[in-house]
Design a protein around this ligand. Sequence first.
Ligand code: ATP
Ligand code: MG
Ligand code: FE
Length: 334
Amino acid sequence: TYVLGIETSCDETAVAIIKNGTEIVTNIVSSQIESHKRFGGVVPEIASRHHVEQVTFVLEEALEQADMTMEEIDCIAVTEGPGLVGALLIGVNAAKALAFAHNKPLVGVHHIAGHIYANRLVKEMKFPLLSLVVSGGHTELVLMKEHGSFEVIGETRDDAAGEAYDKVARTLSLPYPGGPHIDRLAHEGEATLDLPRAWLEEGSYDFSFSGLKSAVINTLHNAKQKGQTIYPQDLAASFQASVIDVLVTKTVKAVKEYKVEQLLLAGGVAANKGLRAALEEVFKELDTELIIPPLSLCTDNAAMIAAAGTILFEQGKRGDMAMNANPGLDIENF
Ligand code: ATP
Ligand code: MG
Ligand code: FE
């Protein structure tokens, strides 16, 4: 089966074609980062406008690169939510138009289910499994007992990990998106500053990053007032050490409690070198297999949407012309 995926939930317009759920035929991503950079974040109206301008080109490019026609496509998978409503709508409408014009089945995909299924493009999934989802808008531990079933066992109570990276980067006057810049700086510095770790109640798999973000801002502010110098490299390293410590410790605890076969890393922050290295180190000692997607499949793309869409298509899930963008779509029931 060939599934064509469309992703427009945030600031990348992406189209991909996946064969049999596991093989990438083509994976095109058109990023708008340059347009949003000067505003220090994603501007929803600008994102929608770019998606409208790009979606047809990206679609044509994907088919051309794959040397395929729409007739050879078995199903169209599209991100239904969560995300920016105006951005999602462009993808959903493009997918509905294509499905209608070519009389093809349509499947709506949850964006985070997509991030998790990026891992199936690397290795076959074995259940039960846990996924550590760390992205721009989400930080959660998701338990999967079978394909297409998602149970959130812990999630952030305030900021997402990627959001914390981007906000800390902004206070250090680094460009948007800040995650990769903090990651790079962190490797040039030492984690010498004592920053908080939000463990929350005993046994909780929830996360919290807003206290850490405030601590970083206060540390900078206080040093400035006292005329002390803080090296941004050391601040980045200390911040990153705190984030990784909490993420890795809670993940390992959950992996042991749920006795999972695999741990899948997912979301844009999965591109973080420090996090990847820390997980690889601790999983050497565990029986659970660790899967980490290549960088291109960590940040937003449509291959992951087509990969998740293939499973939903095989399970008989179908969308229709009444499909709508749903910015608040719930991963446990979609
Ligand atoms: P969501 O998937 O929750 O809807 P999103 O799609 O905007 O949000 P992603 O594209 O998955 O988010 O990830 C983008 C985030 O990943 C940004 O916050 C960015 O700073 C972060 N990020 C990217 N690379 C790195 C890195 N090397 N280290 C840390 N964070 C990173
Ligand atoms: Mg993005
Ligand atoms: Fe994402």
